[in-house]
Design a protein around this ligand. Structure first.
Ligand code: BES
Ligand code: MN
Ligand code: ZN
Length: 494
């Protein structure tokens, strides 16, 4: 979809449909030539109630009046929800070019909310539907739907609009990766996406390593997950360096290390999941998808911060070569791990990835992972879980989450939980006894591998798919992309 800012009056744009916001207790400032919009308000047809819609025709266009609620409650999230409502109606109306009239006194974050809400809601995944055999048209959501979005305001909003479009498009690409089934989106295919990104975006480099690299580096934890699968694992390293001339090149700003879990299918391994729990396990690569596409957006925005990203991609399958419950392996930092449940595989993959991220110079760490069912019980789809070994870093991550719409809620680490992952025969067990605090013991396991570097763990199992967002009830949400981009902005100091 094309996305452009304009200072033209909406009536003078090429749009066939114009969306106009109505706020509680306010009038619509710019009406159509015949006053049709305020007439809708007077008739009680248009209302300020959030997401309420009313339609009229004037000046050769359709006009959609959408309720945005009370001005004091208005934030990017609500703007995005209203935009999603508009997109739903626009789709029924056959709208091709939509123009948003930016509400008076709206900040850039609201403009971003409108743009992101529109692009996220317009997203369709129909790569596998007949008539789309070439496999494209999934990220842009074109087809017979919206082809262009215009954002009209008195003053120039092009910077905010462009930035929001970059982020939303990256999020939609992450959703594409999530929604692709495991027989298509293999670790190899994910590696190809990382390579393609490095081609598309200047200042990004990609390395995609196979089993030999894992063996050379003695990544026994990651390898233990991969060894049951006939599909080769990949360890993906993406680097973004804004380069000379950028403020980040030689200054004190920390190198941001992003780590993503990309289990392209989690059967549970020999500790096999029951069928009902396995159905959506193609989404177990959501953290890795978010990390990859976030790096793309950070680079497209040319943020002055250096990033090293590690994505651990593998299947978790049962077979004659699979890890047996009780096996003991050694991670690349020398820690020994008793694998008491092969379904607790994410922490094994991440352990070696965290070690590598530190070795490659990461000075601040964030890992993103669909790690536990326990976090789904605790927080549902409202928030991702955040656990951290550093209050300052946690606060920065939490703030980036709140501002971006990817909400996170901090949960505690404590020696009491750390004690629960101590092994009987090895340093650690991947499966604490009992079911207490499953999300926290998983985090404590990872904590060991952050080794004193400020680190934040995001458990996104409840928010990565089917999260009931106004712009995506079902399928992948791309959770994490917006948060990581906002975090990079904050690390860059802007
Ligand atoms: N990928 C799952 C976590 C998950 C569960 C994601 C539900 C999305 C929805 C993870 O690998 C897993 O299986 N975790 C186990 C750990 C347990 C065996 C210690 C879990 O949470 O049950
Ligand atoms: Mn599992
Ligand atoms: Zn998993």
């Amino acid at each position: 979809m094309r996305v452009d800012a304009t200072t033209d009056d909406p009536a003078r744009t090429a749009a066939d449909t114009v969306a106009v916001a109505l706020l509680e207790g306010e009038r619509i400032p710019h009406d159509t030539s015949d006053g049709a919009l305020n007439a809708l308000v007077a008739a009680g047809e248009a209302r300020a109630r959030a997401r309420h819609l009313a339609l009229t025709h004037a000046d050769g266009k359709r006009w959609l009046v959408v309720g945005l609620g009370r001005r004091e409650d208005l934030d990017a999230d609500r703007a995005a929800a209203a935009a999603a409502a508009v997109v739903g109606r626009a789709r029924e109306l056959g709208t091709r070019v939509l123009c948003w009239e930016v509400p008076h006194r709206a900040g850039d974050e609201l403009v971003a909310g409108l743009v992101e809400g529109t692009l996220l809601a317009a997203y369709r995944f129909d790569r596998y539907k007949r008539g789309n055999e070439d496999g494209d048209g999934d990220a842009a959501g074109d087809g017979d739907g919206l082809v262009a979005l215009l954002v009209s305001d008195h003053h120039d909003r092009s910077r905010a609009v462009e930035a929001a479009a970059i982020v939303a498009e990256a999020q939609n690409r992450a959703r594409d990766l999530q929604n692709r089934p495991a027989n298509d989106l293999t670790p190899t295919a994910l590696g190809e996406r990382a390579r393609a990104l490095a081609h598309e975006v200047e200042q990004v480099t990609a390395e995609v390593h196979g089993r030999e690299f894992l063996a050379e580096r003695e990544m026994g934890a990651f390898l233990a997950v991969a060894q049951g699968s006939a599909t080769p694992p990949k360890l993906i390293v993406l680097r973004y360096d804004p380069g000379e001339g950028s403020d980040a090149a030689d200054d004190e700003r920390p190198v941001l290390g992003l780590v993503g879990k990309a289990v392209t299918f989690d059967s549970g391994g020999l500790s096999l999941k029951p069928a009902a729990s396995m159905t959506d396990m193609k989404f177990d690569m959501s953290g890795g998808a978010a990390v990859i596409e976030a790096v793309g957006a950070i680079a497209r925005l040319r943020l002055p911060v250096r990033v090293v990203a590690i994505v651990g991609a593998t299947e978790n399958m049962p077979s004659g070569t699979a890890t047996r419950p009780g096996d003991i392996v050694r991670a690349s930092d020398g820690t020994t791990i008793e694998i008491d449940n092969t379904d607790a595989e994410g922490r094994l993959v991440l352990a070696d990835c965290l070690v590598l991220a530190r070795e490659l110079g990461a000075q601040r760490l964030v890992d993103v992972a669909t790690l536990t069912g326990a976090i789904v019980i605790a927080l549902g789809s409202g928030y991702a879980g955040l656990m951290s070994n550093d209050d300052e870093w946690a606060a920065l991550v939490e703030g980036a989450g709140a501002a971006s719409g990817d909400r996170v809620w901090r949960l505690p680490l404590h020696r009491e939980y750390a004690d629960m992952v101590k092994g009987r025969y090895a340093d650690l067990t991947n499966r604490p006894e009992g079911r207490k605090a499953g999300a926290l013991t998983a985090a404590e396991f990872l904590h060991r591998f952050a080794d004193g570097v400020p680190w934040a763990h995001l458990d996104i199992a409840g928010v990565s798919n089917d999260a009931g967002r106004p712009w995506a009830a079902k399928g992948g949400t791309g959770f994490g992309v917006r948060l990581l981009v906002e975090l990079a902005r904050r690390v860059a100091g802007g």
